[in-house]
Design a protein around this ligand. Structure first.
Ligand code: ATP
Ligand code: MG
Length: 447
């Protein structure tokens, strides 16, 4: 790993704040930004740590740049957010601090500012998160993070179990780090995650949901797979969701349900991963053994209910719960058996976006890494009809043709014509529709 990095990618605001504070006290780029830069990546957000106490940093910035907007939401923890425009890029400035004891499992009871970087590094969670970079681009390594970054190890700073006990959110942060690069948990840190996992009960449900969502947004499938496997191997899923333990114990004729759910999630684009993760979660209550094989009739509907409840408990936004639940409820089509008319029906019923989402989910479920191109081509061919997929007539047309008053019967005829058009899209013209309306009306009679 380099001991010197290039700072050219630092946005001008970061540079300006950094230079201003560094004139007065040691000020470093820290956290994920330092970690990413050293790995040769462009950071997503930029965190600075400074030897100035918060009030001194603020006074300095106010004096030199009255036009900067300062946010004080985290100032009791030493963090001030600096931005130039309401929606513009921002930089977080945190004063070096030493944490007192953690009493509530979330926050230190006291913090002390005006300490050194070495003390600040010691209160950070993992060694690779405790690296710093100075204005010359030199790496400052107070706790051995560089060697761990080189080795791809996520290692707690200090005694791992103690660190997880003082703030159990770090359990999630450890696993989420795995999803961000070629990392694995160092052995003692992994053992501490396993031992301390029951403490996740004290972490607010929505925080856990946020961590899970961030983890599933991982860019590299291989890293995501490692993070999900760690959650599995260390027993975190079982603590998070009792349903998970039930699925894990359920017999199947093929792959275990939990393994299959994880593999499906990894094979999907990030937006569909929650659906992949939970698509078979309800199988245990549907399991029946017939002729030597396990069957799970009705599992999509049960899984959809369970998925909604599981995401609800982690306070996922209502819309997301519903979206995932819908996808899970509708997964598991035998796409190869669908005729062009069936594809058109699905297109009309759920819309193109959901159709392709279901196709992608089912392809991943099938084990193949979502090569859906052949089926996509079939869908496109099926819906490429000359006169559209909605019947080319109105309710008034139907009333005129059949001498009907407005009412339910008109709706029934239109519904029939929609079905008919899906089967005969090339005949979606006035005259043919009229004939079909008359034929059908005669056939079903006066009921
Ligand atoms: P990301 O790429 O997700 O932003 P990050 O490492 O920058 O990752 P942040 O949540 O932005 O994570 O936190 C910035 C830094 O603050 C971390 O790198 C770590 O040094 C420290 N930190 C954050 N949360 C904790 C915590 N719960 N305990 C100890 N240190 C923490
Ligand atoms: Mg960050």
């Amino acid at each position: 790993m380099p001991t010197r990095v290039d700072l050219l990618s630092a946005p001008p605001l970061v540079r300006a704040v950094w230079e201003l504070l560094a004139e007065a006290a040691p000020t470093y780029l820290v956290g994920g930004a330092a970690r990413d830069l050293i790995r040769g990546r462009v950071p997503r957000d930029w965190d600075l740590a400074t030897g100035l106490a918060p009030e001194d940093a603020v006074a300095r910035m106010r004096h030199a740049h009255p036009e900067w907007g300062l946010g004080f939401a985290g100032v009791s923890w030493g963090t001030v957010v600096v931005r130039t425009a309401a929606r513009g890029p921002s930089v977080e400035v945190t004063s070096f601090r030493a944490d007192g004891v953690y009493r509530d499992g979330r926050r230190p009871s006291t913090v002390r500012f005006g300490t050194s970087w070495a003390e600040d590094a010691a209160r950070r969670d993992f060694t690779i998160n405790a690296l710093a970079v100075d204005l010359n681009g030199s790496v400052v390594d107070a706790v051995g993070g560089l060697a761990d970054l080189e080795a791809g190890l996520v290692r707690a700073v200090g005694h791992a179990a103690d660190r997880f006990r003082e703030d159990p959110l770090r359990l999630w942060r450890a696993v989420r780090l795995l999803s961000q690069g070629p990392f694995q948990l160092e052995a003692a840190t992994a053992a501490a995650v396993r031992a301390e996992r029951p403490r996740l009960a004290v972490v607010a449900a929505e925080r856990q949901g946020e961590e899970l969502a961030k983890l599933l947004a991982a860019e590299e499938p291989a890293a995501l797979a490692r993070a999900l496997a760690a959650l599995q191997d260390l027993g975190v899923w079982d603590v998070l969701w009792p349903e998970w333990a039930v699925a894990r114990g359920c017999p199947t004729s093929t792959e275990p349900i939990d393994q299959h759910c994880l593999a499906t999630a990894v094979a999907l684009p990030s937006r569909l991963r929650l659906a992949g993760l939970l698509h078979d979660i309800g199988k245990p209550v549907c399991a029946k053994r017939e002729e030597g094989r396990w069957h799970f009739a009705g599992h999509a509907a049960v899984s959809a209910l369970w998925a909604e409840s599981m995401l609800g408990r982690l306070r996922f936004p209502r819309r997301m719960q519903q979206e995932v639940s819908w996808l899970v409820a509708h997964h598991g089509r035998d796409w190869d058996a669908l005729r062009p008319a069936d594809l058109r029906r699905l297109w009309v019923e759920v819309g193109p976006e959901r159709l392709y989402d279901l196709l992608t989910l089912d392809a991943a479920d099938g084990g193949a890494v979502a090569d859906t191109s052949a089926m996509r081509a079939r869908v496109e061919a099926a819906v490429a009809t000359p006169y559209g997929l909605a019947p080319a007539c109105s309710g008034q047309d139907v009333q005129g043709w059949l001498s009907l008053l407005p009412g339910r019967r008109v709706g029934d005829v239109l519904a029939h014509l929609q079905e008919w058009v899906l089967e005969h899209p090339e005949d979606n013209r006035t005259e043919a529709l009229r004939q079909e309306a008359e034929r059908w009306s005669r056939e079903v009679g006066g009921e």
